[in-house]
Design a protein around this ligand. Sequence first.
Ligand code: HEM
Length: 522
Amino acid sequence: MVFGAISREVHGVLFLTTTRFFIVPIVRYLCNAKGLRKYHNYSWLSPLTDLRHCYLSSQGRRSRDLTKAHVERGASILRIGPNALSFNHPDAIKDIYGHRTKCVKDVKESILAGTHRQLFDVIDKADHARKRKLLSAAFATKNLENWEYKVNYTSHRLVKVFDERCVKSAGAPRSKDDAVDFNHWINLWTIEAINFIALSSKMDLLDTGTDWVTAERLDGTCYRARYRHSQNHNAIVKSVFCWDYDLWPWIAWITQSVPSKWKQLWKISAPWGDITYHQASERLRRYKAGEQLDDFFSCLMNDKNGAPNYLEWGEIVAEVSAIIDAGAETTAIALSNIMELLIKHPAKLSALRDELSNVLDDDDVVAPFDKVKDLPYLKACLDEGLRLSPPTSSGLPRRTPPEGASILGEWIPGDTSVSMTIYGAHHDPSIYPDPDVFKPERWMDPAERKRMEPYFIPFSAGARGCIGRNISYLEQIVILATIVHRYDFALATPNFVAERFEAFNMICGPLPIIIWRRGPQW
Ligand code: HEM
């Protein structure tokens, strides 16, 4: 009797699994209700299951692989899932992401969202506009000077770190201990900078040289955890598995439960929410203690006339998390990329130095923003780095409106997932001749810049474009000018290539370099 019941249950499970994974996809494919069968498939599995895209993501270079597939097959549109299309044509950018698009953020944002939506994952247009308005004053260009002293303060701390780790000169004998992991330190710098700007929090990461911080549970108990380590692993596990929106809760549950590499990654990622919660709670304690501080948190609490915004605490925590999550790793990746590129292109580095020497004095330890903000070659180097290796390279998924939308002259049915990789946009030879070559000069001609700019989308575009781009440029301009003016550097190992893993951002691995002070006195 018992064996009979068990056998019936096993059969039931087998039947449901076969139906869900084989019969339903094949029937859906044959019915072709949305007419997506006319498009080329990324893989033969793509029209049947989103798990193929999860597998692509697990390889850690999905935007490059996807762009390559578009080019090799000569297809501007590829079907990457049963209900998902990838575009690779400059004209698709405005249709999917431009100000006039009717596409909205995709279901990915909903399945990954917490209890409260934040600026990044809110889908509803009106709610997004309300949130964006709340924070717009903090991010406005005219307020940049408010944050400059915070960037300066943090930059002085990084200079101290690098000064202490300089070798005596280019030719001085070196040991492997002389190598400085630029990517590690620049990440600590961007974490400190964004937490100071957003929450007036002065962290000690550049003192300890580690990312160990305090994490706080909702019950107020605290423990120590690693900031960047948990943040990156959080991004990796989610970015690999989230593409099958229906199966996501199951995949998340299985990968968290069954002993495997993924279970380990989930465990490492677990403190991330508690870390951002602690940062927000600390700031709230200071607010309640009556401290008057100038930061993004104040904009969340009060409007520009000082009247309270009455946001729920959950919403405030969500916004804080979004800003400190989005605002550090991305800028650090951009800086590691440009550093690697400049070291590998000494003539460009030398041209940048010449430009900086014309405006900076020997005793300018940290480059004053006013002196360097309009330097054309500095901006050209940063933009060329962002073009060649965009920190966020992937296709940001959008959903067509229920009535459908015209993209690239094709009528795409409603509720379809559509995207175009930023990597693909930035490597299109019809927009950027020699797209794989690092050529800052391409940005120096104003007419050429104007022609390329609509297709330059490291911060995405339109209403959902990055709100933090001005802050990021402020940080990148100040620190790159400072480092290039003050130091010379070389790769610790010639021809070294830093490893990258594409999660939501292109997470960068160690970049070991040797640093020494410039100038005759050193
Ligand atoms: C090089 C640095 C950066 C890059 C490459 C970058 C890239 C992006 C991209 C591609 C998006 C669109 C995401 C999507 O549509 O899913 C975005 C949105 C966003 N970014 Fe950035 N970002 C950078 C720096 C920053 C900084 C410094 C902050 C905060 C201070 C920030 C905060 C945000 C926020 C809050 C959004 C959501 C905006 C919205 O949906 O209205 N980002 N960013």
